[in-house]
Design a protein around this ligand. Structure first.
Ligand SMILES: [Zn+2]
Length: 682
């Protein structure tokens, strides 16, 4: 690349913007690839300097040097990937697909660099007698672990086998998901008789009519995609049709056709077992849990079992409550799975009579944003100042400078609230730069919150649903974790913590949505200025525990199934349905249905990354409930408690074991009590 191109490529220059933010206005599509290529070349040279070093390996010349390498890559990739999620186009997607293999190859080159691995192993083996502090030790362990799990410690035949297995597993995971998608798409419930629509809300019917017209058919079409499936199961008065939909949903990947997932499951769990054995672990769970807060199989199993016993009576109570209500509403015979959502919804409506349209007027986006910033101010003393002059990737994005109570600069926060054609669904927190502190120079982070919140219209401002309010709080909790970080190394800073710990700061914040003491300070009707009525707050809180016993039990069923598949010690020889039935019997309250199987479409654990990790959902809830109960005990705006949460959790990232951080904040390990109480299980 010639000098002129380098000079005009913003990725290859110092960013002289205020706070060194990405100069979005100067970045063009053509800049990414040449910059990435150059950045990879310089990073490779940095790695070579580490392995060529003749001095014996130590923390500084190996681990720290590795941590600091590839700075330019770390400047480009967040921009590329964040924009590809929040502001993409066909060209940017193609560019991402083009660049991803270069990055994968580069990271494989590092993991499989034997000279580098030997140095890292040496530092790892001597870490306890090298005078390292806790944070440095954590970094050594994290780096070593990523090399080990990447197969760096294997030789010859084993290494070859490791690569074969990894590649086959990647293909199988894709195949598994493709099958589920194909099975989801291949089913349609085509209705032509108006009477079959009884009970369904207007917008569900409208959507079904649109779907039919897209498919050039008369009448209405319902599908297994959530926006169609869920309302149908909740509202359709036609029991036989609910049954048909349910069977279709729960038999995906289990119908003996070419999209059947049973063989894939057996192959996946057996290969993962073989992989774990190659790397020296007993089983796959042992391999993945190592750096979690629940770091052993027995800890996870003990946790699930305790929660199981605690929630069982409430689950049975919920089941009986719905069964009784169903009978009073004309159900004959036993309560089946396809009756659950339908009769639950009826009873819920009867008891609480609140819906989003009643709540929205109290949660205008403008006042919600201010309320959430003010909440952070009252807890942690930080303040937010709008900056309207920084470059942004879309004119809708707002930026705020965030300052600590002593006026030192903490972070820059981007917020990007509304859906656009180039934005993925859902909401997330991300960063353009993580915090780090080398040689006393504290590099502050650039944090971003992206959402798909309701847009304003010509006649109303943006008014959030209750779910959007909790989502905002959730992502803001992640953002605080990123913004308040006070760590040395980027790999351990902010939200770079273990998976079953990362949702603590985010779910913790959600608790405030149910607190009258907080809502009363800001939630007023956007037109009348009237305070949110106490009656509504009470109902929000009560409705939040509706059927919680049952839903906890059901989640536990999935978690037990996940752990069962990934704690096998010998290859599975049984068929999938027998394996599943045996595990599920303890959490099954409904009569069994032939021809259905959960595992066959359990994408979280066979397609996605939740293998031996599904328990994490409940784990995080227990943790955030326990943490928040400390606030309810001491006062939800208590400065001392908040400071302790900040100093011990939010500032510390992954610089120590999660359990140590937690105990320092809470004075004890988390217990189930607060969670059980909050969910109404006791
Ligand atoms: Zn989250």
């Amino acid at each position: 690349m010639n000098k002129r191109l380098i000079r005009s490529n913003p990725f290859l220059q110092e960013w002289d913007t205020p706070f060194a933010t990405p100069p979005f206005d100067k970045i063009y599509l053509s800049h990414y690839k040449p910059a990435i290529k150059k950045a990879i070349r310089s990073a490779s040279a940095e790695i070579k300097a580490i392995t060529d070093n003749h001095e014996p390996p130590d923390f500084r010349n190996t681990i720290e040097a590795l941590e600091k390498s590839g700075e330019t890559i770390g400047k480009i990739t967040p921009v590329l990937f964040n924009l590809n999620s929040a502001e993409t186009s066909g060209e940017l997607q193609a560019m991402t697909r083009d660049i991803s293999p270069l990055l994968t190859r580069f990271s494989n080159d590092i993991t499989l660099n034997l000279k580098l691995f030997r140095r890292i192993r040496k530092v790892f083996e001597t870490r306890e007698n090298s005078g390292l502090n806790t944070e440095q030790t954590m970094l050594v362990e994290k780096k070593y672990r990523s090399f080990i799990l990447g197969g760096a410690g294997l030789k010859g035949k084993e290494k070859k086998r490791f690569r074969e297995i990894s590649e086959e597993l990647a293909t199988l995971a894709l195949k598994f998901d493709e099958n589920v998608l194909e099975e989801t798409n291949s089913f349609e419930l085509h209705l032509t008789d108006k009477n079959d629509l009884d009970g369904l809300p207007d917008n569900a019917v409208e959507m079904a009519a649109m779907e039919a017209s897209v498919r050039k058919k008369k009448g209405w079409i319902f599908t297994l995609h959530f926006p169609s499936y869920i309302p149908f199961m909740q509202y359709s008065d036609k029991r036989d049709l609910r049954g048909k939909m349910h069977r279709a949903y729960t038999s995906r990947g289990f119908r003996g056709n070419k999209a059947d997932n049973r063989n894939n499951i057996i192959r996946i769990v057996n290969l993962k077992l073989e992989l774990a054995r190659l790397l020296g672990f007993d089983n796959f769970a042992g391999m993945t849990l190592g750096d979690r807060m629940a770091d052993t199989q027995s800890k996870v199993e003990k946790f699930l079992q305790e929660l199981y016993e605690a929630s069982k009576p409430a689950a049975i109570r919920d089941f009986e409550k719905i069964r009784k209500s169903a009978c009073e509403n004309g159900l004959n015979g036993s309560l089946e799975r396809w009756d659950w959502a339908y009769y639950s919804e009826k009873l819920k409506k009867e008891q609480y009579e609140i819906d989003d349209e009643i709540l929205r007027p109290y949660f205008s986006l403008e006042s919600t944003e201010k309320a959430i910033f003010d909440l952070a101010s009252s807890l942690y003393g930080i303040r937010f100042t709008r900056n309207t002059s920084l470059p942004v990737y879309n004119q809708e994005v707002k930026t705020f400078e965030v300052y600590d109570s002593d006026d030192t600069f903490l972070a820059l926060l981007y917020v990007d609230y509304h859906p656009r054609p180039g934005k993925s669904g859902g909401a997330w927190m991300t960063s353009f730069r993580d915090q780090r502190n080398y040689e006393g120079s504290d590099i502050r982070p650039l944090i971003s919150i992206v959402g798909n919140f309701t847009r304003p219209t010509d006649t109303r401002p943006s008014l959030l649903s209750f779910n959007e309010l909790t989502t905002f709080l959730h992502e803001f909790g992640h953002a605080l974790h990123g913004m308040m970080s006070k760590c040395t190394f980027e790999s351990l800073s902010g939200t770079n913590v273990s998976r079953d710990f990362v949702e603590l700061p985010s779910q913790f914040m959600e608790n405030f949505a149910y607190e009258k003491r907080w809502l009363d300070t800001w939630a007023v009707h956007y037109q009348t200025g009237e305070n949110i009525p106490d009656e509504i707050i009470k109902k929000i809180k009560e409705a939040s525990t509706f059927n919680e016993g049952y839903s906890c039990f059901r989640q536990l069923g999935f978690a037990f199934l996940d752990m069962a598949w990934y704690t096998i010690l010998n290859p599975v020889e049984k068929n999938v349905e027998d394996f599943e039935t045996e595990v599920s019997v303890k959490t099954e309250l409904f009569p069994a249905i032939d021809g259905t199987c959960m595992s066959a479409s359990f994408g979280h654990i066979f397609g996605g990354g939740y293998a031996a990790g599904y328990y994490g959902y409940k784990w995080a809830e227990v943790l955030d409930a326990d943490a928040f109960s400390y606030f309810t005990e001491t006062g939800i705006f208590n400065k001392e408690t908040a400071t302790s949460f900040r100093k011990n959790i939010l500032e510390k990232g992954g610089t120590d074991k999660p359990v140590n951080l937690y105990v320092r904040f809470r004075g004890k390990e988390p217990s189930l009590d607060a969670f059980l109480k909050r969910s109404g299980l006791i």
